[in-house]
Design a protein around this ligand. Structure first.
Ligand code: A3P
Length: 281
């Protein structure tokens, strides 16, 4: 349990992301048509991956995260012949240089941080690849300090927000997907230049509903080669509640006040933060 995380450049990573791999990220050779699926953990990564994986004419290979594994990772990624869709929880600064130079398409998924905190708390409790944590207040403290895997939510989101006007970056929120999934799917397929009919979109929306995904995860054998999140390949750990606003069941009014103060302070100049105001009152 003690050795499930290690620090790299001041940020916690899973030991399944080797130091050598993290050190050599800049030697990754991106292809112009690569698509990156980026998020802070628990923001809806599996959901968006499932949406993209279900686009009938997409002709893609969904790979494991770029930061997952050891130094042989880049050789492994070379083997894919179709357009690669590569997930990652890296911050903008750590993203391999070549991806930025080639202006690969990037879908960034963002979620209201109070719900992220609650979701990550459960992940810490249920996932053997994360440290043991006793209580919600103890976890929240770590989360607010950024002493959790992949670091501070605030740093992560702000690092990406700085680049939100790049035409190769699409920012999608968990909350907008919950509100109108078909519309979000349309946004993604348009961004990726893939033609999909309205009836196909509705079909994707149905297949990627929370209940469908949760029940198919329960049915399948867990395949260690099919990893969306570098913290587990066991999809049964992923589908918990799938709701907006579950934070209300965990935060005391004092915890909410402390959270809001930090949020206001850190996100003062953030336009993205405005998207969450309705979900965090
Ligand atoms: P909860 O723990 O709040 O339920 P990630 O894929 O980035 O690890 O994010 C996991 C979170 O997304 C979990 O949140 C999970 O339930 C939720 N999620 C996964 N698939 C979903 C879907 N199809 N619809 C809604 N929420 C989904």
């Amino acid at each position: 349990q003690l050795n499930v995380l290690h620090k790299f450049k001041g940020i916690f990573f899973s030991t399944m992301s080797s130091k050598e791999l993290l050190n050599s990220l800049d030697s990754f050779d991106a292809r112009e048509d690569d698509v990156f699926l980026v998020s802070y953990p628990k923001s809806g990564t599996h959901w968006v991956a499932e949406v993209i994986g279900n686009i009938p004419s997409a002709k893609i290979n969904l790979t494991s995260p770029i930061e997952f594994g050891d130094i042989s990772k880049f050789e492994e990624l070379k083997m894919y012949s179709k357009r690669r869709v590569i997930p990652t929880h890296l911050s903008y600064d750590m993203l391999p240089r070549n991806i930025k130079q080639k202006q690969c398409k990037i879908v960034y998924i963002v979620r209201n941080p109070k719900d992220v905190a609650v979701s990550l708390f459960h992940y810490y409790r249920d996932n053997p690849n994360l440290p043991c944590i006793e209580t919600w207040p103890a976890f929240l403290e770590l989360f607010l300090r950024g002493d959790v895997v992949y670091g501070s939510w605030f740093d992560h989101v702000l690092s990406w927000e700085e680049h939100k006007d790049n035409k190769n970056i699409l920012i999608i929120s968990y909350e907008e997907m919950k509100k109108d999934l078909s519309k979000s799917i349309k946004k993604m397929t348009t961004f990726l230049d893939i033609n999909v009919s309205d009836s196909e979109i509705n079909k994707i929306a149905w297949k990627t509903s929370f209940s469908e995904m949760k029940s198919s995860a329960a049915k399948e054998n867990h395949d260690p080669n099919h990893t969306i999140c570098a913290l587990t390949s066991n999809r049964n750990l992923v589908f918990r509640k799938g709701a907006v606003g579950d934070w209300i069941n965990y935060f005391t009014s004092k915890q909410k006040r402390v959270f809001d103060e930090l949020f206001t302070q850190r996100m003062k100049h953030s336009e993205l933060a405005r998207r969450f105001e309705d979900y965090s009152k």
